[in-house]
Design a binder for this molecule. Structure first.
Ligand SMILES: Nc1ncnc2c1ncn2[C@@H]1O[C@H](COP(=O)(O)OP(=O)(O)O)[C@@H](O)[C@H]1O
Ligand SMILES: O=C(O)[C@@H](O)C(=O)COP(=O)(O)O
Length: 416
């Protein structure tokens, strides 16, 4: 019976935290979408992750979807909860992170929680409440150019302030000098913050050791919020249990809708090692079906020992107009449907929104965690609807900024 329930605001974020929880000793299932019964997945899992597509949704819809997910997780027996958002705190200007955390906290009748996006293994650290991406402040990182959620401020306190109903008084900072003194010091700081009326404590973290400290300090909290890295420090009842997945036969197709800098490098690397097809919004507007058919046919004809990338953006000069984003998502989803119908059994999808669109169209059941290839990136096993297990798909759903440059080549070689 699952005891830990996670509400994730996008699909790559959901697989990211499922990988972390599996490493921590939780048998973990990712359930896709709103309103999907958790029954079957809950029976064999210690942790359940509900993958929403709420990051860029209007605030009211994001809150409603998150509360509905919370209800399902509680009905499935979960007693402790985690709101998973992006390690770069991606949100729209109105901001869904604050309203969702506040709504879940209130629904649980709890007083306080932590805000912990840090993911040190992927270069996301928090110091004095400022989020860094590698050597840069968030606002100076490539995230300032994200097509859907451009991040132009690095202060978590400032970002959160307009998103929570009580404003500044609702937010406290537990700075690194306190974290460096250990779990007792952090626990005392969290208690003081809550007693002072702050329901949200932003906690600095420069390393995984800091997150270990935070996890121990927050052991009494029923709700945690953050990126995935804090979840690696929540010990589960079972030893590490990634599924061993064997490499699939057939084309090595990557569907990339991510415009993030890491993905652009990965696309260019894969194009040099293999081949690909660029989706241009104008072509899709002129002839959607024909353009998608050409991409899928080229992927099916590609040599099976090298990656084939269907991509929207591979270089900064490729113009990204947010108005075209749904068209690109739809085209990649339709390409995936055609490939799977033609017998392809493994797909690597780059981009959180893109993964949500692709997997939503494929109509797959719960995802189980396979081998981690880079921090936060793993092959997942998905049951297709009515497959009876015979048509299982292997999916790697890659967050835009995750993975080393050779990921699209290595993923197929390190076991799928
Ligand atoms: N050339 C392009 N023109 C318009 N939209 C694009 C282009 N390239 C990517 N996009 C859109 O940008 C969004 C990227 O978001 P996402 O898939 O979450 O990637 P990431 O994980 O990098 O944030 C998607 O909605 C995608 O359709
Ligand atoms: O926490 C993270 O960075 C990821 O799990 C995540 O949510 C990334 O989202 P996308 O970049 O949109 O894939």
């Amino acid at each position: 019976m699952a005891t830990l329930g996670v509400i994730a605001d996008d699909l790559t974020g959901a697989t990211d935290i499922a990988i972390a929880l599996t490493s921590a000793g939780h048998r973990t299932a990712v359930v896709l979408g709103e309103g999907v019964p958790l029954g079957g997945a809950a029976a064999d899992a210690d942790a359940l992750v509900v993958a929403l597509k709420s990051r860029t949704a209007p605030v009211g819809e994001a809150v409603a979807a998150s509360l509905e997910a919370l209800d399902r997780l509680r009905a499935a027996g979960c007693e402790r909860f985690y709101v998973k958002y992006c390690s770069t705190f991606d949100s729209t200007p109105e901001g869904n992170i604050g309203p969702v955390c506040e709504a879940v906290l209130e629904a649980l009748g709890e007083e306080a929680t932590v805000i912990a996006p840090a993911f040190p293994a992927n270069g996301r650290t928090v110091y004095r409440g400022h989020l860094f991406v590698g050597d840069d402040l968030l606002e100076e990182s490539p995230m300032r150019h994200h097509p859907l959620t451009p991040m132009t401020d690095s202060s978590l306190v400032r970002l959160l302030e307009p998103q929570v109903s009580r404003g500044k008084d609702d937010i406290a900072l537990v700075p690194w000098p306190v974290v460096s003194r250990g779990a007792d010091a952090v626990r005392a700081a969290l208690t003081r913050a809550a007693a002072g009326g702050a329901r949200f404590a932003v906690v600095d973290a420069l390393s995984d050791d800091d997150l270990d400290v935070l996890a121990r300090a927050a052991s009494g909290l029923r709700l945690l919020t953050g990126g995935s890295a804090l979840a690696r420090w929540l010990p589960g009842p079972h030893p590490v249990g990634h599924l061993p997945l064997t490499p699939p036969e057939g084309p090595r197709v990557v569907l990339s809708g991510s415009a993030s800098r890491a993905t652009q490098g990965q696309v260019r690397h894969a194009l040099a090692a293999g081949s690909g097809h660029r989706l241009v919004p104008g072509d899709l507007r002129a002839d959607f079906d024909g353009t998608v058919a050409r991409a899928a046919e080229a992927a099916l004809r590609a040599p099976a020992d090298a990656p084939f990338v269907v991509y929207a953006t591979a270089a900064p000069e490729h113009v990204v107009d947010a108005a075209d984003a749904p068209l690109i998502e739809e085209a990649l989803a339709e390409t995936a449907v055609r490939l799977v119908a033609a017998g392809v059994r493994a797909l690597l999808v780059a981009g959180g929104e893109t993964s949500g669109a692709v997997v939503g169209r494929l109509g797959v059941g719960p995802l189980a965690v396979g081998p981690e290839v880079d921090p936060g990136v793993a092959w997942m096993l998905a049951r297709t609807e009515d497959s009876g297990g015979g048509d299982d798909l292997r999916l790697m759903l890659k967050s835009g900024n995750f993975g080393r440059e050779d990921l699209f080549v290595r993923a197929w070689e390190e076991g799928a």
